[in-house]
Design a protein. Structure first.
Length: 105
């Protein structure tokens, strides 16, 4: 039961990471472009990659700071990426299922 609770907490943390304007826009575009649910893992990885790139480039594009590359050799970065993967899995799946239900009619 403890392991299940940890897994749910991990997905909840990922959902909270994605549940912002940037994440919801990326997830919505991914869900609209998703041709079938079998391609979901590819779209989740692509959405996560886009999110990480936007996180790095957004301060540069707004003129707030210079380009700072993510620290890909550090464990917290990969923990962040894993939570994003979990969050995008949940959000894109929900949006894709809503799309399927709404377009059937």
């Amino acid at each position: 039961m403890e392991l299940l609770q940890q897994a749910l907490d991990f997905f909840r943390a990922g959902f909270n990471q994605v549940n912002a304007v940037q994440g919801l826009i990326i997830a919505l575009v991914a869900a609209v472009l998703l041709p079938k649910l079998a391609r979901l893992p590819v779209f989740v990885v692509a959405a996560t990659l886009v999110h990480v790139v936007v996180d790095a480039l957004l301060p540069v594009l707004t003129g707030r700071s210079a380009l700072v590359l993510p620290q890909v050799l550090e464990l917290p970065f990969w923990r962040y990426v894993a939570t994003l993967l979990a969050g995008y899995l949940v959000v894109i799946l929900i949006l894709a299922l809503l799309k399927r239900v709404l377009l059937r009619r």
